[in-house]
Design a binder for this molecule. Structure first.
Ligand SMILES: Cc1cc2nc3c(=O)[nH]c(=O)nc-3n(C[C@H](O)[C@H](O)[C@H](O)COP(=O)(O)OP(=O)(O)OC[C@H]3O[C@@H](n4cnc5c(N)ncnc54)[C@H](O)[C@@H]3O)c2cc1C
Length: 414
């Protein structure tokens, strides 16, 4: 079947039902930006996909990966993989393959498919949604970086082993030393990891009759407060919530390394911790460096305010791999789903206008509301938003419900 596809693609034209020539949109990357773009295209081209418009999604995996839940998956059994068949309906096609290079002159993409074979995929419009990868921590620093399903599993194994040895200690020894874990990196993923681990550890200890106050999760961060984009009083409120869950925040502290249960910081302190987990943040997927496209110093694709790659009228890019700035104030978007989803919705309208030859100008605007939503374990959350200069925060069970809702929304679970 793939052979047939590549033969057809040589002429860069596809015939729909009744022999109509179709316009061909190819999307690479079925992360949050990619699947939300599919959703937008389904709405924009109602009934036209597979007839006058061909939409093809390419991803190196056969499933959409719910990255934002990686933190919870590190300790609880949850499935993060949603097969692309759930998104590729209504005539949308899918190929599992890894994008390797781009032939811009021929409007073709070279992808590696099963058995190391490569195929050429032609496009009229190409959307690059390669996303990001989690930054690497040099091996000599030790600890485990939470970066994918494998590292999540390793963290779980280490925590379970550490917990078993702690439970095996005599009561007096347990009282003397806490069950201590270190989480490094105070971004949202780091805050969520620290809270998830604290809640899980307390549950495990209570199950065997050990008091939950025996748990301490240390959250190390180099900045002087958490959530620097929110007012200081909001950061303080969050810290109070974290303290309640057994998380102690160490501000302005850089971790140097972790070895044999000892964590060393650059201010000369050391802490005895069972496990050390790094959440160092993300960077644009390095694969884009092979595509001969204009990139920023941070290796992100340079696009205009309508997501079109500089000097490439047929190529667009959204999500974590592109530098996208507001057309009014030139403020760059962050690397979050909250920002990738409206980009995808806008791009579906831009593609419709381009295909129909309608002179419609749609420009990027930043997410209109200041908003953070953070999970603090399965039954608690922390939400902050600012409206008319006023701060609104929601905590506890309602916060957790809003968090679950935002996660479901991002992965299009109705
Ligand atoms: C631990 C963690 C927690 C986060 N929590 C939040 C949160 O709470 N809220 C929030 O808004 N954001 C959060 N983010 C950020 C959010 O996950 C990203 O902003 C979002 O995933 C960006 O979407 P994307 O589609 O650009 O990229 P991605 O979701 O990274 O998707 C990229 C897709 O491209 C595919 N791909 C990559 N390379 C190739 C290739 N060579 N060929 C083919 N396919 C390829 C991948 O398989 C993937 O499906 C979190 C990120 C992390 C890492």
């Amino acid at each position: 079947m793939l052979k047939m596809m590549s033969q057809r693609r040589r002429c860069n034209r596809f015939k729909g039902k009744g022999g109509v020539m179709m316009k061909n949109i190819v999307i690479i990357g079925g992360g949050y930006a990619g699947i939300n773009l599919l959703e937008g295209l389904k709405k924009e081209f109602q009934g036209q996909i597979g007839k006058s418009v061909r939409v093809l999604l390419i991803d190196k995996n056969s499933y959409h990966f719910k990255k934002v839940l990686l933190v919870r998956a590190a300790i609880r059994d949850i499935n993060l993989k949603v097969p692309f068949s759930e998104y590729c309906q209504d005539g949308i096609e899918f190929i599992r393959g890894e994008a390797l290079t781009l032939n811009k002159r021929k409007q073709q993409l070279i992808i590696k498919v099963e058995n190391e074979k490569t195929i050429n995929v032609s496009y009229d419009y190409l959307v690059l949604a390669f996303g990001s990868i989690i930054r690497s921590i040099p091996e000599e620093i030790g600890g485990i970086t939470l970066k994918d399903g494998h590292s999540a599993l390793k963290i779980k194994e280490d925590l379970v082993a550490g917990m078993k040895s702690f439970q095996a200690l005599g009561k007096s020894e347990q009282d003397q030393r806490l069950f201590k874990i270190a989480v490094v990196g105070g971004g949202i993923a780091g805050i969520e990891t620290a809270a998830e681990i604290a809640v899980w550890s307390k549950e495990k200890l209570e199950e065997v009759g050990v008091q939950s106050s025996s748990v301490e999760v240390l959250l190390f961060d180099t900045k002087d407060r958490l959530l620097p984009d929110a007012p200081a009083k909001v950061s303080e409120k969050l810290i109070n919530q974290l303290n309640k869950h057994g998380v102690t925040v160490k501000h302005k502290t850089r971790v140097s390394y972790w070895k044999d249960g000892q964590l060393f910081t650059s201010d000369g302190q050391n802490y005895a911790v069972e496990t050390c987990i790094f959440n160092p943040g993300v960077e644009a997927n390095p694969v884009i460096q092979k595509l001969d496209l204009p990139l920023t110093e941070q290796h992100k694709i340079i696009v205009n305010h309508s997501y079109q790659v500089k000097n490439e009228p047929h190529i667009y890019s959204i999500g974590d791999c592109a530098l996208i700035v507001d057309h009014k104030n030139n403020q760059p978007d962050g690397m979050t789903c909250k920002e990738a989803i409206p980009q995808a919705t806008r791009l579906s309208k831009i593609l419709k206008a381009a295909i129909n030859g309608v002179p419609l100008v749609i420009l990027h605007e930043s997410y209109p509301v200041k908003f953070f939503c953070i999970s603090l374990g399965p039954n608690s959350g922390f939400m902050w938003t600012q409206k008319w200069g006023l701060d609104f925060t929601v905590t506890g069970k309602l916060g957790a419900r809003i968090r679950n809702y935002t996660w479901d929304l991002a992965s299009l679970h109705k």
